[in-house]
Design a protein around this ligand. Structure first.
Ligand SMILES: [Zn+2]
Length: 414
């Protein structure tokens, strides 16, 4: 599947995957130098001297682009998982110091080395599930030192392992405990973000994007606007956590600010869908979150696609609400819970997600001139990628022309 064609996909175009049967690719210096049928590629003069890699009739597609993750965190929150099953709501737990604040406490107490080891293990798992680019947010530090520590780790991880990382500053995840005692505390924290952290993050080039969790229990629409505008003034592109638990108007704000993406969207209304469809802001859906929390209301993917919005899918990999890094699992949820077709879900996880990270010119499809970011699945038909769930069918992952994951052969001694 090449996903070739111009720019992000809307509506019916999401179903056109640009399939080439018995296809081949020519890779040169980490980029795609030729793509088409095997006969055509093998006839290229350069192909004769090229090293051959036979994938044996398996399905090849662009590496997944996971455009929403909270990569750097200290530990799982399995204890809360059990409490949630027993009936405690996510917001109840957050009020008692659980939730995001629980992860903040654990992160502040962790060394960079411990955090890095955990993140590196996760990045290997992302690659093992066919992902070649991820977005990573800060947001479990919530003080100057810890937020800068996470963003610094994004830069180190970028250099020290093969997957591409798009770094996002999410100092506005929630108001930290030390600012909650007084009525003006939250606004003072917003001041710290705007006057201190955003300028420093931009100055030191630690992030490309600025994000806000705009919801009940987090930041208001007015605060979100102040923060994202400050980010824009410093060259950080806005993205936003929108309408997850309640409808706040964050989607309209995202459109108004020309945000790259607004994510979650479980509670959007018809006007939001209409405005999003007319805009270039991507609607990124995170069904792993609703699945893990056992919520019944998923985002209205069909309404968004039929209205013509640019829809993407991501894992929302994080310890509290979506502890998965498997894009194939997200595709399975998109098909069964969001009623997206297998083709739509693949477009949403590749070219549209690349657009959500402003990287549609270099990744997200298999076309001449783009990076050779490729995943290969042990299936005969692309629909089997979401069809099988809870098992990993990824056979090989290639980043910039280099193999970064290869499945163990059955019966191999290793
Ligand atoms: Zn998130």
């Amino acid at each position: 599947m090449t996903l070739r064609g111009r720019g992000p996909r809307r509506g019916a175009a999401m179903s056109n995957l640009g399939i080439v049967k018995d296809g081949a690719l020519l890779i040169r210096d980490g980029c795609i130098a030729g793509v088409g049928t095997r006969a055509k590629i093998e006839a290229l003069p350069e192909a004769r001297s090229a090293e051959k890699l036979d994938v044996g009739g398996r399905v090849i597609l662009p590496g997944f682009v996971d455009s929403h993750t909270h990569l750097v965190h200290a530990a799982s929150r399995a204890e809360e998982y059990e409490l949630k099953i027993a009936g405690a709501s996510y917001e109840e737990m957050a009020r008692k110091g659980g939730g995001i604040l629980n992860s903040v406490k654990k992160l502040r107490a962790s060394t960079s080395e411990t955090l890095k080891r955990r993140a590196l293990a996760a990045l290997r798992e992302f690659a093992a599930h066919g992902t070649t680019t991820i977005e990573a947010k800060s947001g479990y530090g919530l003080d100057v030192r810890s937020e800068l520590k996470i963003l610094g780790l994004h830069q180190e991880l970028k250099r020290e392992q093969p997957l591409e990382i798009a770094s996002t500053f999410l100092g506005a995840h929630v108001v930290p405990a030390e600012y909650r005692g007084t009525p003006d505390g939250p606004q003072r924290y917003v001041g710290l973000l705007i006057n201190r952290l955003i300028p420093e993050v931009a100055e030191r080039k630690l992030a490309e994007f600025c994000d806000v969790f705009c919801d009940r229990g987090a930041f208001t629409r007015a605060q979100s606007e102040q923060i994202l505008e400050a980010g824009t003034r410093h060259g950080l592109t806005p993205r936003i956590h929108a309408e997850q638990l309640t409808r706040t108007g964050a989607t309209q704000l995202a459109v108004q600010l020309g945000a790259a993406s607004c994510d979650h969207l479980e509670q959007v209304n018809q006007a939001d869908i209409r405005d999003l469809a007319k805009s270039r802001t991507v609607g990124t859906l995170l069904p792993g979150c609703d699945f893990h929390l056992g919520l019944k209301q998923y985002a209205p993917a069909r309404g968004l696609i039929e209205a013509g919005a640019i829809v993407a899918l991501a894992t929302d990999y994080n310890p509290g609400t979506s502890p998965t890094l498997s894009m194939p699992m997200i595709l399975s949820l998109a098909c069964t819970q969001l009623r997206m077709t297998p083709a739509e879900s693949i477009a949403a996880a590749t070219i549209n997600a690349a657009y959500a990270l402003r990287r549609e010119k270099t990744i997200g499809s298999l076309e001449v001139g783009k990076l050779a970011d490729i995943s290969v699945f042990e299936v005969e038909d692309y629909r089997e990628i979401p069809y099988y769930f809870g098992v990993n069918k990824c056979w090989m992952t290639i980043k910039r022309g280099e193999i970064v994951f290869r499945a163990a052969e059955a019966g191999a001694s290793s």
